[in-house]
Ligand binder design. Structure first.
Ligand SMILES: *[C@@H]1O[C@H](CO)[C@@H](O)[C@H](O)[C@H]1NC(C)=O
Ligand SMILES: *[C@@H]1O[C@H](CO)[C@@H](O)[C@H](O)[C@H]1NC(C)=O
Ligand SMILES: *[C@@H]1O[C@H](CO)[C@@H](O)[C@H](O)[C@H]1NC(C)=O
Length: 394
């Protein structure tokens, strides 16, 4: 009897010991927004409640924090979450964050802003509902210089080593996600949607960023799926579904785009540079590989005479000063709505250098009838493997 009892005691001590040593010492402290003054009635503005939870979580010295947004609809005016924080911080959104319907009720350029933060993780199966419908008819900036400033849904500035996972962004007023001066950031499993005819609802927009990975993401909006502005390096995009929308546009160094499906978009691979870009910019080392086009209007479109609303102000100043070089397009296949499936229209002053086409198979299935064609201007490069349409490089 005693031996059983003492064995049991030893066992208990062992269990206790295991429990004690295996308890994670780094488990984050959870801040459930509902227990900190937020009301999920879809009407009460929770902006102050959210920012005060953020301040407490961000200032916590003894370990990491997790801000939890449970199921429910949390109305939020404009909010800004500013670091630096003492420790890594998580934002888990399982509910819906609802933006004001009236664009004037967001008194900043971005509805939800994150600034000066390291080690931020945003995840969850919730939704950012930008309620853009009421704002889209107001967007006439291409012809009205006094057009209203509409807010983007979520923005990151000066944020490093961070990530977004799984959340959905719905019906932004302008762009959905904006990144400025962000380094080492992963975007995965995210869904971004707005109607195909909603103006300027870019999916992901970035400038002056580096080492961004975008993967397993579904983007269907009224504008660019991914818009890349100058100063961006080492961007990797893979397994992204893009459509409806305009495609991916860029102005950067070091870009790899793999395993993408463009479905019903106006553009597929697009590099646009304004005709009047004044200073010389280098766009180099781009690889596009394994890209499927389904009824895309302009599957491959390099356009250095980009001028969406002619006449362009500086049209007479001359050709683009953007130098495009080392561009590889490999295994690009599917269907083109326009007869011109491959358009390489480069600058007269700075012709495209070292453009490599490998295994291109783009059939024309639009109304004009006849096979697809290619158009080149001021391009130097090479072609190998399957070539439909017949290439136009010299
Ligand atoms: C973020 O990374 C950039 C580039 O590596 C660096 O210059 C910057 O100081 C970093 N910012 C912070 C807040 O650590
Ligand atoms: C991003 O993903 C890559 C590859 O999966 C990983 O090596 C890297 O640590 C991740 N970075 C962040 C900031 O999560
Ligand atoms: C392409 O989009 C159309 C219309 O939205 C849809 O019916 C079709 O299933 C999509 N195809 C693929 C391969 O995703």
């Amino acid at each position: 009897m005693t031996s059983i009892a003492s064995t049991f005691k030893t066992l208990c001590l062992c269990l206790l010991f295991i429990v004690v040593v295996s308890r994670p010492t780094v488990r984050p402290k959870v801040f459930n927004v509902k227990r900190h003054g937020s009301i999920p009635d879809g009407i009460t503005d929770n902006a102050n409640a959210f920012t005060s939870v953020w301040s407490r979580a961000c200032a916590r010295r003894s370990g990491s924090s997790k801000i939890y947004v449970p199921k429910g609809t949390f109305y939020l005016g404009g909010v800004e979450f500013v670091g630096p924080c003492k420790n890594p911080i998580e934002f888990v959104i399982d509910g819906t964050l609802l933006a004001p319907g009236n664009p004037n009720d967001i008194k900043q350029d971005t509805w939800i802003k994150f600034r000066y933060i390291n080690d931020l993780s945003i995840s969850g199966f919730g939704t950012l509902d930008g309620q853009g419908k009421q704002s889209w008819p107001l967007n006439d900036c291409h012809k009205n210089p006094n057009c209203p400033k509409l807010a983007m849904t979520m923005g990151f500035a000066f944020v490093n080593n961070s990530k977004i996972k799984d959340i959905t962004s719905l019906n932004s007023k302008m762009g959905h996600f904006n990144f400025f001066s962000v380094h080492h950031f992963n975007i995965t499993g995210v869904t971004i949607t707005a109607p195909g005819d909603s103006p300027n609802t870019d999916g992901i927009k970035m400038g002056s960023c580096s080492n961004i990975h975008i993967s397993n993401t579904n983007i269907g909006t009224g504008d660019d799926c991914i818009a890349i502005l100058s100063g961006t390096t080492n961007l990797e995009i893979s397994n992204v579904k893009c459509g409806p929308g305009h495609g991916i546009s860029k102005d950067v160094k070091g870009l790899t785009v793999r395993d993408i499906v463009f479905n019903g978009t106006s553009d597929g691979i697009r590099i646009k540079t304004w005709e009047s870009s004044a200073s010389k910019i280098l766009v180099s080392d781009f690889v596009y590989e394994n890209i499927q086009m389904i009824d895309v209007e302009k599957p491959i479109n390099i356009d250095q005479k980009y001028c969406p609303y002619p006449p362009c102000k500086h049209e007479k100043k001359g050709e683009s000063h953007v130098q495009i070089q080392n561009l590889k397009l490999k295994n690009i296949y599917g269907t083109s709505k326009n007869k011109v499936a491959v358009k390489l229209q480069c600058s007269k002053s700075f012709p495209c250098k070292n453009v490599e086409l490998i295994d291109i198979n783009l059939r024309h299935n639009g109304l004009e009838g006849g096979p697809s064609t290619a158009e080149c201007r001021n391009v130097d490069g090479s072609a190998s493997g399957k070539m439909v349409p017949k290439h136009c490089l010299n």
